[in-house]
Ligand binder design. Structure first.
Ligand SMILES: [Zn+2]
Length: 468
């Protein structure tokens, strides 16, 4: 029998610091205390300590973690102890990799004290490990959501958060969250609107500007699309638009455009270059066919044909008033597959009910943790409400003292009322499950859903299903 060469791994991240309740139990001192106590009880001598302070669990590029991996490869360490699985990592796929591939490959015994995992012993808990890793991933997603909502709040206060001011403006040297007019560029913006109102095409305007050697926003030549972008940007009327772009998911940082109803538009946030009337006039002049885009259905992109392997595409059937999914392979070539299709809404409710089932299998400890997250959110909501109500009072007194005009007052007040209504709505809702089943979560959990010619539905998950 090889001797035990024990390394302990401790991690503390900013995520943990945010929740003051957890701070106490997650602190480095406490993690160390717990592990030493455990090691002593088990008769294990600790040889090496690996501590990452201030590193998120979703990222595995942490200095001490890397050192530990190297020591394992060199054979210096063959036992790893952590307080719980989330200390190792909060990314299901990568934590799973270490648990299922890396540690076994180097014959490392892994112990996660609070989860009751000890890979040397064949305990029931070891089977649950992939599921716990998945859960840590979900908690991390929740944290990422919270950060997003903080950002969203900042945007709602009317701060300009873009990296670059729109052409015609610049960030104020006194306050980078405020836009002020860039005189030289604003003249060009006005000229573009003037020309458009006179009936000149975007192409003509671009040529006109290039002939005059006027640099475009990107420092290159003007094109009809750069002119189009200017004519289409309502921010020239003084409003601020934010919340337009979002990351695809908390792991994938690529940006996608949100649907316009999620955009946050605040009027009178900076000096206008173009009047609203002019902007609307130009808009009317342009006969641009509205871009056809429907919001993606929850499951779109996850459902495949089992017969030919093609994706199933969603189509709206006007006559029946619902979406159906049908095989893209058949649509492309009717000989390559059959026209089997399935009602989308039925499929979605089936998948969701299977999901609820899985979530119901989370043990009580997990459910408590989820509920805590929920209560935190509620407390936050109440705090926000108090701030907003104060804001309303200030606004009202500003109006009374004629600091702001009636229109500004109305527009700002209506924004605040709107926000208050939203928060009230969200904190009075008594949700059983604080996790929204959204596309992020589904893509995380589901590898794919297949449907065969007899409409038999199979769900392939990204984690071991055990007997759930
Ligand atoms: Zn097919």
């Amino acid at each position: 029998m090889t001797s035990n060469k024990v390394g302990i791994y401790i991690r503390l991240s900013k995520e943990d610091l945010d929740k003051d309740k957890i701070l106490e139990s997650e602190s480095i001192i406490n993690q160390r205390k717990l592990i030493y106590k455990y090691a002593q009880d088990e008769g294990l001598d600790i040889k090496e300590e690996y501590v990452d302070d201030g590193y998120s669990g979703t990222n595995f590029d942490r200095p001490s973690f890397n050192r530990m991996i190297n020591d394992i490869k060199k054979g210096n360490i063959n036992v790893i102890i952590t307080k719980d699985l989330s200390r190792l990592g909060r990314d299901y796929v990568k934590t799973g990799y270490y648990m299922e591939d890396f540690f076994p490959k180097y014959k490392v015994r892994y112990i996660s004290i609070l989860d009751g995992i000890d890979t040397r012993m064949d305990t029931v808990n070891n089977d649950i490990a992939p599921f716990k890793a998945l859960f840590n991933d979900i908690v991390s997603k929740d944290t990422s959501k919270k950060i997003k909502s903080i950002l969203k709040n900042k945007k709602e206060q009317g701060l300009f958060l873009g990296s670059k001011a729109p052409f015609g403006y610049r960030k104020s040297p006194n306050d980078k969250h405020k836009l002020e007019i860039n005189k030289k560029e604003s003249v060009i913006v006005k000229k573009i609107f003037d020309l458009s109102i006179c009936g000149y095409s975007n192409n003509y305007i671009a040529k006109f500007l290039n002939d005059k050697h006027i640099p475009s926003p990107l420092g290159k030549l003007w094109s009809s699309s750069s002119v189009y972008n200017i004519l289409n940007n309502p921010e020239y009327t003084g409003c601020l638009i934010s919340n337009v772009w979002t990351n695809i998911s908390y792991k994938n940082k690529s940006k996608v455009k949100r649907s316009p109803h999620e955009w946050i538009i605040l009027d009178n946030m900076h000096t206008p270059i173009i009047t609203k009337e002019m902007f609307d006039k130009v808009k009317k002049r342009r006969k641009i066919s509205p871009i056809k885009r429907c919001d993606k259905q929850l499951l779109e992109g996850l459902v495949y044909c089992e017969e030919c392997g093609c994706l199933l595409g969603a189509n709206y059937i006007k006559k029946r008033g619902h979406f159906v999914l049908s095989c893209n392979g058949y649509k492309r070539n009717t000989k390559s597959c059959t026209s089997h299709y399935i009602r989308y809404d039925k499929l979605e409710s089936l998948v969701i009910s299977r999901f609820q089932n899985i979530l119901n299998h989370l043990d009580q400890d997990k459910i408590n943790r989820l509920n805590n997250c929920c209560n935190d959110a509620k407390e936050n909501g109440k705090k926000q409400l108090r701030t907003l109500e104060k804001k309303l009072q200030y606004l009202y007194s500003d109006r009374l003292n004629d600091v702001i005009d009636v229109d500004t007052y109305k527009s700002l007040a209506s924004n605040i009322h709107h926000e208050i209504a939203n928060i009230k709505n969200s904190i009075t809702k008594d949700e059983l499950l604080p996790l929204d089943i959204d596309r992020d979560l589904l893509f995380l959990l589901i590898d794919k859903i297949t449907i065969n010619k007899d409409k038999v539905i199979k769900i392939k998950y990204n984690f071991k299903m055990l007997s759930l």
